[in-house]
Design a protein around this ligand. Structure first.
Ligand SMILES: *Cc1c(COP(=O)(O)O)cnc(C)c1O
Length: 386
């Protein structure tokens, strides 16, 4: 249901459409002309430098996607068989799967209704001597309770991994999302604010993990040290895989990152217009609009509503579909998924997740959504009377 690529042709206004900043073709042609199209070429380095400079992170490494950056995080936090990782049940599959791939057991925790991010009180209760990581997903680019989570992590010596796929350029008490955990992951999938089709990044904030992050991304070799002239031959030193995107992909991403202010300004305008124009209507049908706590700044990633109940959400989806508009929902609670149940997930274990999952609805939201298209979506919603 939440596959945004589902029958787009059927819809006048799709849920998502990849949007172009303008210079993608130009930079890709240039990457080709430069004669270095594998990983870590000119454009990859430009993207790394931009992210490191903007965010002030120790190391930014482009990856083939966010899932792979999460898999790198599982390796870097040394998750393995017999270990546990604390994860939200209200999450994307690979937020959890990346750690399960290393043999770790997911320990599902519920989210807070206020942010749809991890509930710190429950996180602390689930920590055991086997806990290797806590994964904090900043849902819709609205920060989790980071002060509390970082304090819990520090108390128990457990690193925080931020799944920041939604949250690039969001802030928590003045700090950029993605800069607070030991590690953070970004996605540049075509449904995200900035895209190169499929892409991602690992942000490394813990200086002790920088060197090993480079190694695991370079097939378990110390090739990065070799390229910097620190060793005179490179060799196999650790686990790893090949997680570098081609420089043509990085060239595409560079065009988008260069336009980051324009893209974020457009997304903000879309978000604020939905919020303003749906205000009275949402209240009249008993639906709830998102509220961002005053001490955080969101990343303008999505606009979602909470319907009164599941039946109302179904009617809303049908109502919009009849008018050629695709609205979608996610996430199905992971603790109740087929895989989640094999780890002991049971009904009633994460009540907020179970409730939110049955009522959340996401409206069409992409950089190229036109004013007229948004007018149509708003008008269609206003025609829905409950
Ligand atoms: C999109 C997304 C991912 C996965 O990103 P890919 O780049 O497609 O691997 C992971 N976590 C969250 C929260 C996401 O939204």
């Amino acid at each position: 249901m939440d596959d945004p690529r589902s029958p787009v042709g059927k819809y006048r206004i799709p849920f998502n459409k990849p949007s172009f900043a303008g210079d993608e073709n130009h930079y890709i042609a240039d990457a080709i002309a430069r004669g270095h199209i594998s990983g870590d070429g000119h454009y990859t380095k430009l993207c790394h430098a931009l992210l490191e400079r903007d965010l002030g992170v120790k190391k930014a490494l482009l990856t083939t996607n966010c899932t792979h950056a999460l898999e790198m995080s599982a390796l870097l936090t040394r998750c393995g068989p017999g270990d546990e990782v604390i994860v939200p049940s209200f999450a994307f599959v690979t937020t959890v799967l990346a750690f399960v791939m290393r043999g770790a057991k997911p320990v599902f925790v519920d989210v807070l209704p206020r942010t749809l991010g991890l509930d710190p009180a429950q996180v602390e209760k689930k920590i055991t001597p086997r806990t290797k990581a806590i994964v904090a997903l900043h849902y819709a680019g609205v920060a989790c309770e980071m002060d509390e989570l970082l304090a819990i992590g520090a108390r128990h010596g457990v690193p925080i991994v931020e799944d920041n796929a939604h949250g690039l350029y969001g802030k928590y008490k003045g700090r950029w999302l993605g800069t607070m955990g030991a590690l953070a992951t970004q996605s540049f999938h075509e449904t995200k604010n900035f895209t190169c089709g499929e892409g991602g990044a690992l942000l490394v904030n813990d200086a002790k993990l920088v060197e090993r992050a480079e190694i695991v991304r370079e097939k378990g070799t110390n090739r990065s040290r070799f390229l910097r002239g620190l060793v005179h031959k490179y060799t196999w030193v650790d686990l790893g895989s090949s997680w570098l995107p081609s420089d043509m992909v990085a060239a595409f991403l560079w065009a988008q990152l260069e336009a980051r202010e324009r893209i974020q300004a457009r997304r903000r305008a879309i978000w604020e217009r939905y919020d303003r124009e749906l205000d009275g209507w949402a209240r009249s049908i008993g639906a709830t609009q998102p509220k961002v706590p005053a001490d955080r700044e969101q990343s303008w990633h999505m606009y979602h509503l909470l319907s009164r109940d599941t039946a109302q959400r179904e009617r809303l989806i049908d109502h919009l579909e009849q008018r050629g508009i695709l609205a979608v929902f996610h996430y199905l609670p992971l603790h109740l998924s087929e895989m989640g149940r094999t780890f002991g997930g049971k009904e009633g274990e994460c009540p907020v997740t179970e409730d939110i999952s049955s009522r959340l609805l996401r409206l069409p939201f992409f950089n190229a959504l036109t004013e007229d298209e948004q007018t149509d979506v708003v008008r269609a919603l206003h025609e829905f009377e409950g």
